[in-house]
Design a protein around this ligand. Structure first.
Ligand code: 6PG
Length: 484
């Protein structure tokens, strides 16, 4: 072997192949290895032919072909495979070498792996890579975190291959220690679930309430993509609406209505539950996918449970405009909730997250890329200590402006029996968030009534707890006060 490689990659599946082609096109020499080694030769003689790749037939060979500090990147299925490869790579490394996991790993696993790899004297990076195969090839959004000493060694490669925003800033920067990069990628995916769900709900309102054809919806999504909702997911939805099957009928109508999921949305919801953050829109989006998957039961239920037949008599143009506002308002809520989760996670895991930079990393390359993220970046540039996105002047005003139409859409959906769990729950969140008073006093009274769980009083300082003997039968003993 004459030339040494700048970086090595294990895992020549769709993402791996495209990512190494991207690296090579930016002038880096890449060593590649795959568990099924035939894939290595196929790649070297196929898409990689005549390019600066080194094909390795073993991990030992791969590691030996790398410049120091060695950078070995994994793009394999999240889970056990990552742990297995780490074990196989470690014996061939020297102090200061770097293992990089570019898959959709669970951030808790990344925290554990970073500690483990560091304990062996090596460095570890867990990086989110978003943008699908096209993004991997032409410029993904990358969200690296882990051993900060490893960042200078990979920065040039990562920022060279990442997508760039208009002024040339790469959609990739250091996120934070141990699992921070994968946490940010996980929340990205959760937001992706949310954006997709609200678009789906708008589609159902257009289809079932307004009786619109796929071609008509194509026009609406195309127009929306030039306005506030300008984003990759709206753009591809417009394309999907226009796409015809071989018989000339819309392809979208031929697809079975059961959604799959690989787990990142569920993890985001779990993290929110663990950290006590009301992440309702993403939560509803994950549950909506679960409900969609209960197809057989829904088919049965549709035969026996009746409901209103959607009928629309109002102004269609107005409702379409309202629908756009509903999507915009709900999207603001979703990101506000996602950032609320970031702030809780930063505290819990001792990460110093730069919220504006995260928005910038998502501004290009990734699935949730949108013009909207520029406004989030601005909000945190204006006030890096902003405690909640809804308290930013711009977003406060936008959400107020979206309300009327958004309420009309939710009302129309509820009255006509069209499920819109994400759009409606986001509106409920907004109403809860802007409420000085919520009925939790009654809840506290109930808890105290049946279980002596105690309550705080409005006329006493916070932190003093009281118990009432509601029935006259209870004693003075109170339950331990703790908040989960
Ligand atoms: C991305 C995507 C990607 C993942 C999708 C699909 O950022 O490029 O998020 O990582 O393939 O999120 O996820 P589900 O199968 O869970 O819908």
């Amino acid at each position: 072997m004459t030339k040494s490689a700048d970086i090595g990659l294990i895992g020549l599946a769709v993402m791996g192949e495209n990512l190494v082609l991207n690296m090579e096109s930016k002038g880096f020499t890449v060593a590649v290895y795959n568990r099924t080694v035939e894939k290595v030769d196929k790649f070297i003689h196929g898409r990689g032919a005549g390019k600066n790749f080194i094909g390795a037939h073993s991990i030992e060979e791969l590691v030996a072909s790398l410049e120091r500090p060695r950078k070995v990147m994994l793009l394999v299925k999240a889970g056990q495979a990552v742990d297995d490869f780490i074990e196989q790579i470690i014996p061939h490394l020297e102090p200061g070498d770097i293992i990089i996991d570019g898959g959709n790993s669970y951030f808790v696993d990344t925290i554990r792996r970073a500690k483990y790899v560091e304990s062996k004297g090596f460095l570890y990076i867990g990086t989110g890579v978003s943008g699908g195969e096209i993004g991997a090839l032409h410029g993904p959004s990358m969200m690296p975190g882990g051993s900060v000493e490893a960042w200078p060694a990979v920065k040039n490669i990562f920022q060279s291959i990442a997508a760039k925003v208009d002024d040339g800033t790469p959609c990739c920067d250091w996120v934070g220690s141990d699992g921070a990069g994968h946490f940010v990628k996980m929340v990205h995916n959760g937001i992706e679930y949310g954006d997709m769900q609200i678009i789906g709900e708008a589609y159902q309102v257009m289809r079932d309430l307004l009786g619109m054809s796929a071609d008509e919806m194509h026009e609406v999504f195309k127009k929306w993509n030039t306005e506030e909702l300008d984003s990759y997911l709206i753009e591809i939805t417009a394309d999907i609406m226009a796409y015809k099957d071989e018989d000339g009928k819309p392809m979208v109508d031929k697809i079975l209505d059961t959604a799959g999921q690989k787990g990142t949305g569920k993890w985001t919801g779990t993290a929110a539950l663990d950290l006590g953050i009301p992440l309702t829109l993403i939560g509803e989006s994950v549950f909506a996918r679960f409900l969609s998957a209960q197809k057989d039961m829904r088919v049965e239920a549709s035969k026996v449970i009746s409901g209103p037949k959607p009928t629309f008599t109002g102004d269609k143009v107005q409702l379409l405009d309202d629908l756009k506002m509903a999507l915009y308002g709900a999207k603001i809520i979703s990101y506000a909730q996602g950032y609320n989760l970031f702030m809780a996670a930063a505290k819990e895991y001792d990460w110093k997250l730069n919220y504006g930079d995260i928005a910038l990393m998502w501004r290009g390359g990734c699935i949730i890329r949108s013009a909207f993220l520029g406004d989030i970046k601005k909000a945190f540039d204006t006030n890096p200590e902003l405690p909640h996105l809804l308290l930013d002047g711009f977003f406060k005003q936008k959400v107020e402006g979206a309300q009327d139409g958004w309420r009309r859409v939710c009302a129309a959906a509820l009255i006509n029996g069209i499920p819109a769990p994400a759009l409606t729950s986001a509106l409920c969140y907004l109403d809860g968030f802007r409420s000085e008073w919520l009925p939790a006093n009654l809840l506290q009274a109930q808890r105290d009534y049946f279980g002596a769980h105690t309550y705080e009083r409005i006329d006493k300082p916070r932190g003093q707890f009281f118990h009432t003997n509601w029935t006259g039968e209870g004693g003075d003993t109170v339950s331990t006060a703790y908040n989960s």
